[in-house]
Design a protein around this ligand. Sequence first.
Ligand code: DP6
Length: 351
Amino acid sequence: KIEHKSGSVTWKSPSNIAIVKYWGKHGNQMPNNPSLSFSLSKSCTETKVDFDVDPSRNGLELDFQFEGKAEKKFEAKIRNFLTKNSADFPYLNHLKLGIESSNTFPHSAGIASSASSMSALALCLVSIESRVFGGFSDKKQFRTRASHLARLASGSASRSVYGGLVCWGESESVADSSDYYAVPIADDIDPVFNTFQDAILIVDSAQKSVSSTAGHKMMVNHPYAEMRYFVARSHVEALKGIMQEGDVKGFGKILENEALALHGLMMNSDPSFILMKPNTLKIIELIREIREEEEMPWYFTLDAGPNVHLMYPLEAANKAEKLIKDVLLPYTQDNTVIYDHVGKGPEQIKK
Ligand code: DP6
């Protein structure tokens, strides 16, 4: 029996950068291959949810505000996610939600992320669930549930529920891995990887990346789909050993291969997309040149957009930041770089 309950919960949750990419799904948000990512530290969404569960209410009431302004498009997306998965929310018809969300990264940078916003929302929903139905027995159960709900809203968001290195999708090499939710594996790897920095070089902030819906659709009937899923699975398996050994070079090789594979798949899908800009390639070329000439342990990856994520261990950070300023910055838009790093995962804000 559901009793009348109301209150407020707030979570701050990070974006993540994929090492092995999730690109292609089936059924209700099931991945076609396992993926790996690092959760970031500074690029976060903070979401506050005021809730009122009243058994006499009949029909979901929802209000969504982003940075102080009503956002009807995103509100509709959340409503759709909730009603589509109503089996997961048995109290949905009695629920009134007032959601306020804001990002800690600049609007203009073009790195808006469904991973941070949807994971923050999912964590709030599980907090509400535990208040309505009684708590979860432990933190692991709570996070597993949050990751499951985050996945239903946006696949990559399932990984943002944890800090450090995270795996989503079944892989032989990752214990307890699942297609339904992500699992944290930061404790299983050499600590050097938990110090990794991510300098996000903004090449074009206006450039719209391919929407994830359009992107995943491209993989249906893609001529290289099956081989892509096979390679992604192999990459997850190989990375486990590579990261346990602290093999930064081996890690970097797969990181770059994954980014170029993602963009390769987009370039030869139908319709075809080229999201890299001339300066994306210029920066990639310079990263590789400097790596050879200066023995810099730095490697790039890309999302479904033109911006370059440049990754290196903390011990190389001073030199990297100087080289970024001197050599790479001229190829960014308005000298924009966001210095982020591997983070500890979401945090509940008690007010
Ligand atoms: C290129 O998680 O945004 O960033 O499940 O449709 O919301 P939906 O897709 P989404 O796709 C992310 C694609 C990617 C790779 C990755 O993060 O693994």
